[in-house]
Design a protein around this ligand. Sequence first.
Ligand code: SF4
Ligand code: SF4
Length: 194
Amino acid sequence: MAPFPGSGLAKGLAVTLRTMTRKTVTEQYPDAQPELAPRTRGVIGLFEENCTVCMLCARECPDWCIYIDSHKETVPPAAPGGRERSRNVLDRFAIDFSLCMYCGICIEVCPFDALFWSPEFEYAETDIHELTHERDKLREWMWTVPAPPALDPAAEEPKEIAAARKSAEKLAAAARAESAEPPAAGAGSEGGNA
Ligand code: SF4
Ligand code: SF4
């Protein structure tokens, strides 16, 4: 049976009316800031003091967009007669965010907790070269890294804390035993003879 004339128009208007009365899902960015998950992958911050220039992050990055330069420095021996040591000194650390695919591998593999996710995402540039963030800029992002989540109260105690607690308990027990010891024989005899 052929549809009666104007039924298509009526259907279209019904769809329009239904959509008009629904709650809008459009985010009015940048007038309204989006509500992001606390661990959003926005940009990467570098905590330079923790970086030992081990190069793991640069080697594992699938996009080869981490650039690290360093040189070696000789450190004098800690004690006389000891051996000199050498350490890596960071000269350049940069991430090209025009290539980065935000996989997070660099952050996962860093053995020294030197890289962190920040939820900041407003760093668009008109010049693509500006998307290579050098170490100073990567450090600045550290101020926007959220505090780590609280530890699970039911989690096993970290071994470092357990060891420190045991040492403190031993020291406290030794101090208690010392203060509870009776005075040594002969102590106070001087006063009695006088
Ligand atoms: S997030 Fe992934 S792509 Fe981006 S710098 Fe790290 S390892 Fe490379
Ligand atoms: S993996 Fe970590 S410590 Fe090693 S070079 Fe990268 S940021 Fe530095």
